[in-house]
Design a protein around this ligand. Structure first.
Ligand code: PLP
Length: 390
């Protein structure tokens, strides 16, 4: 059945009719399982693993995450503040550029600040010095080694604005720089990291003796069943031994994969020629934008590709965008008004990206505790959320 491999046992057993839709449900048991894998990698390798808040930023789960991960990776002042206020651990912040208006907030809330160019570092270094606390400064490098095949996710694509190439960086590193950062992977294995590290060493190897830390970015699919954690552990240990350097990883997806579902209801079923359209109480563009951006076809529990089962429908969102279409799916039995449909694996890059486009309701957020079979709705959004952004 489509998508069941992406569901935790707890969410597989959960009766969707218990859920007021639309809603994201996060399984605390599945999150604990991912954290256990990451905790073991940290212990065996000596790396510190940070949660990239851009992927998954649940303040309601900060206490659970903090038990295992020592901190977070932020993309700017708001995420840095959430890291400081809610997660209360190490805060690494990297942004392609910092606005002078908000940089003092970044300096207040970050322990490590990573700059995308030497000029950016020089512009903000005085604020770092005046922050009255120790802030480690680093530079993002571009190792010019592509592992990602989808170009919008490839920071090493020709002409990329992300990171400094070796030619631009020169030598020695500017005074005050103690670390380097790269982020070049996306949903990839330890073999891709191994090749990337070889490229980093080849291009930037002469600068490594002057460093005390490195951040190897995200995109490590560590909690995926076939991920080679032994190789990752070996790579980190070997790097730490040879370069005497502290290593940070900042995955997002690996913390959240298979932990959540988006539950939606069928609002209407219409016919257009031979096609049967279903309107759901969610929107691809507002609630799961990666479906249109990447693009990709999300799984639905109990559904299959068109015509594989007896009843095929085109599933669309409730916004007026003509392209707000999730895809064509087939089902064993006809869909009915009010019926729940469950999209698995919807924790990462969903809640953090939702919008109220068209004034649509944001899905509420609930936590599921499999040990007690209890659901706890931690966020509901109404008109005020829509109004207050505008
Ligand atoms: C700089 C940086 N770090 C970490 C991440 C997290 O990546 P992932 O969720 O794929 O692990 C991203 C994702 O875009 C990123 O740009």
């Amino acid at each position: 059945m489509e998508g069941t491999g992406l569901l935790s046992p707890g969410l597989l057993a959960l009766d969707p009719s218990r859920i007021q839709t639309p809603a994201f449900i996060i399984d605390k048991g599945a999150l604990r399982a991912n954290l256990a894998v990451l905790g073991e990698v940290q212990e065996l390798s000596g790396a510190s693993i940070l949660l990239a808040l851009k992927a998954f930023a649940p303040p309601s789960l900060a206490a659970d995450i903090r038990e295992v991960l020592p901190g977070i990776a932020a993309s700017g002042p708001h995420e840095a503040r959430m890291g400081r206020d809610e997660f209360a651990g190490i805060v690494h912040t990297y942004s392609p550029a910092y606005s002078p208006r908000h940089f003092s907030d970044v300096a207040r809330d970050s322990d490590y600040v990573i700059f995308n160019s030497i000029a950016e570092y020089e512009r903000h270094a005085p604020t770092v010095r005046e922050a009255g606390r120790t802030i480690a400064c680093g530079l993002r490098i571009n190792p010019e080694h592509s592992e990602v095949t989808t170009s919008i996710y490839d920071p090493c694509a020709p002409g990329s604005r992300l990171g400094i190439t070796r030619e631009q960086l020169g030598s020695p590193l500017p005074d005050g720089i103690t670390g380097l950062h790269f982020h070049t992977l996306c949903e990839l294995g330890a073999d891709a990291l191994q090749r990337t590290l070889a490229a980093v060493e080849q291009r930037f190897g002469d600068l490594l003796p002057g460093l005390t830390w490195m951040n190897w970015g995200g995109g490590h699919h560590i909690t995926k069943p076939d991920y080679d954690t032994e190789l990752l552990v070996r790579l980190v240990k070997d790097w730490r031994r040879r370069h005497d350097i502290e290593v940070f990883l900042e995955p997002g997806e690996a913390i959240a994969i298979r932990t959540g579902i988006l539950v939606t209801s069928v609002l209407d079923i219409t016919k257009s020629g031979e096609d049967r359209n279903v309107i759901l109480d969610i929107s691809a563009t507002a609630h799961m934008p990666d479906v249109l951006e990447m693009p990709y076809r999300p799984d639905i529990i109990g559904a299959d590709i068109p015509d594989a089962k007896a009843h095929t429908y085109r599933l669309g969102g409730m916004s007026c965008l003509a392209g707000d279409v999730i895809g064509d799916y087939s089902f064993d039995t006809p869909l009915a008004i009010g019926q729940r449909l469950t999209f698995p694996d919807m924790s990462h890059y969903t809640m953090v990206k939702t919008t109220n486009f068209n004034g649509v309701h944001l899905p509420s957020i609930a936590l599921y505790e499999p040990e007690t079979d209890s659901l706890d709705c931690v966020r509901e959004f109404g008109y005020e959320t829509y109004r207050d952004r505008l």
